[in-house]
Design a protein around this ligand. Structure first.
Ligand SMILES: [Cu+2]
Length: 223
């Protein structure tokens, strides 16, 4: 009796399994052939091949790269009307010299030369989150002074020279006419900064025909 029951159970179990198996096949056949297949299957005959992403992206990559390069190399100097040299100087764009720099240049690494009689119009921004900075043009000897900075030209030291501006301040401007030939300096007036190297050179030249900017990268004539 036991044997028979076990045998019957086994046959019955196999029948159930077989039934489910056949049922699953029927469902699959129905699903594959009857249900709309545009969402569930990719019909390679009807749909075009996927475009190569490399081909597709080439133009975008090239223009993006060019734009990024242009932004990175955008000059900070230009000639304005009426013999004016425009300078966009900024602190905080580089951590060189512990942040004590203008556009990354410090200790005279940048030499700005203008022909005598030219106006220099500086727009100055401080992006340094750590400390205030300022800019002014002083006599060359004061490039490492800590106080009593002497202006190179009339108006070449702003009123907030010793106090400076911070990252949240709007850009300031300093304008003057380089009316006497000689060697001068662009200096930060915050006590300790100039002596720490936060200065670059400004020359007023009797022989220069156009402004030039000299940096470790080379000399550029500003046109
Ligand atoms: Cu400073």
């Amino acid at each position: 009796m036991k044997k028979t029951r076990r045998g019957a159970f086994t046959v019955k179990g196999m029948s159930i399994s077989l039934s489910f198996f056949l049922f699953a096949i029927v469902l699959w056949v129905i699903g594959y052939n009857v249900l709309p297949n545009k969402d569930t299957h990719r019909d390679l005959a009807a749909n075009p091949a996927i475009e190569s992403s490399a081909t597709n992206d080439t133009a975008g990559d090239v223009s993006g790269g060019a734009a990024a390069t242009a932004a990175a190399t955008k000059p900070f100097y230009s000639v304005g009307s009426g013999k004016t040299l425009n300078l966009n100087l900024e602190s905080g764009t580089s951590t060189a010299n512990q942040g004590l720099n203008f556009n990354g240049y410090f200790k005279g690494q940048m030499v700005v030369t203008v022909p005598v009689g030219w106006k220099v119009a500086i727009t100055y921004k401080n992006s340094d989150p750590m400390m205030p900075h300022s800019i002014g043009a002083t006599v060359f000897a004061d490039r490492t002074a800590t106080e009593n900075f002497k202006p190179a030209f009339t108006g070449s030291i702003p009123s907030d020279f010793m106090k400076g501006i911070t990252k949240t301040s709007p850009a300031t401007s300093v304008s003057f006419t380089a009316d006497k030939a000689g060697q001068y300096a662009l200096v930060c007036g915050i006590p300790g900064h100039a002596v720490g190297g936060m200065w670059d050179e400004l020359d007023a030249s009797a022989s220069a025909k156009a402004p030039t900017i000299k940096t470790p990268s080379g000399v550029v004539t500003v046109k």
